[in-house]
Design a protein around this ligand. Structure first.
Ligand SMILES: Nc1ncnc2c1ncn2[C@@H]1O[C@H](COP(=O)(O)OP(=O)(O)OP(=O)(O)O)[C@@H](O)[C@H]1O
Ligand SMILES: [Mg+2]
Length: 252
């Protein structure tokens, strides 16, 4: 099984608003896949459908080879979700949050699991403080640590670095790369184009209900008209490519 996620003709409306109008993409096992899109493009909606939290209206979505509609339990067992808004329990300490999840997942040594993750995410010193006292970056790190419990094959990270300072963003990027190196498939959404540039093996741009461009960064760069004669060759940034593609579509 090579494909971690397969989405074909995916449609979803909320009342009269059609948010997804036939979305198609595939995510290969072990890759980092970045879904880009402006506010309200439907990124979180896709994450919710793929993680079985929301039903779609049409099309097909499979995760780990399981259909999200007919095999939601199998899908849930193979994934982990870090939502756009942290799932951390503020009243518990960092360590208690981790132990709670390890117990919920029926792991044999919950304290050991918690200690290992606290160390890995630089939270050992803050381990016994209530999460309500954590900074945004610490909370995000705890959130990601929680989502790694039980070694999921596939992890969804919905805007993992929104609101983080540059240092915490770089740290999160490092973690995501390590995860992928360890064989975990990473599906991430972001509005930060440099984040996709840094991390993603494959990038897909969601705009007005459809994937309007996808490929590696190199492939997307080719869609961008090459610069005319300049003294210094300048590579387009993903931001320029993104804006050019969206602008192009709107003219059609
Ligand atoms: N439960 C809901 N009921 C009605 N409309 C919804 C619901 N959930 C999402 N929407 C609408 O669907 C559209 C897509 O929302 P979604 O949260 O998927 O966007 P997003 O790409 O994740 O945006 P952001 O970058 O702001 O997180 C928006 O117009 C939103 O208002
Ligand atoms: Mg969102």
């Amino acid at each position: 099984m090579e494909k971690a996620i397969e989405v074909k003709g995916l449609r979803k409306s909320f009342k009269d608003t059609e948010v997804l109008k036939g979305v198609d993409f595939e995510v290969k096992r072990g890759e980092i896949f970045a879904l880009l899109g402006s506010n309200g493009a439907g990124k979180t909606t896709i994450v919710k459908i793929l993680s079985t939290l929301l039903k779609h209206d049409g099309g097909i979505a499979t995760v780990g080879g399981f259909d999200v509609s007919s095999k939601p339990d199998s899908v849930r067992q193979s994934i982990s979700l870090t939502g756009q808004f942290a799932a951390v329990d503020e009243m518990l300490t960092g360590r208690e949050n981790l132990i709670m999840i390890a117990k919920l997942r029926h792991l044999p040594h919950p304290s050991q699991v918690a200690d290992d993750l606290l160390k890995r995410f630089g939270l050992t010193d803050a381990a016994d403080r209530k999460a309500s006292s954590y900074s945004g970056g610490m909370r995000r790190r705890l959130d990601i640590a929680m989502s790694l419990i039980g070694k999921p094959q596939l992890i969804f990270l919905d805007e993992p670095t929104t609101g983080l300072d540059p240092e915490a963003r770089i740290e999160t990027w490092k973690t995501v790369k390590e995860l992928a190196d360890g064989g975990t498939t990473v599906f991430l959404t972001t509005q930060y184009l440099d984040e996709a540039e840094q991390l993603a093996d494959q990038i897909a741009i969601l705009h007005e209900g459809r994937i309007i461009a996808s490929g590696t960064l190199e492939e997307l760069k080719k869609l961008f008209p090459p610069a005319k004669v300049e003294y210094v060759e300048k590579q387009p940034t993903l931001e320029e490519i993104f804006l050019a593609i969206i602008g192009k579509k709107e003219e059609m």
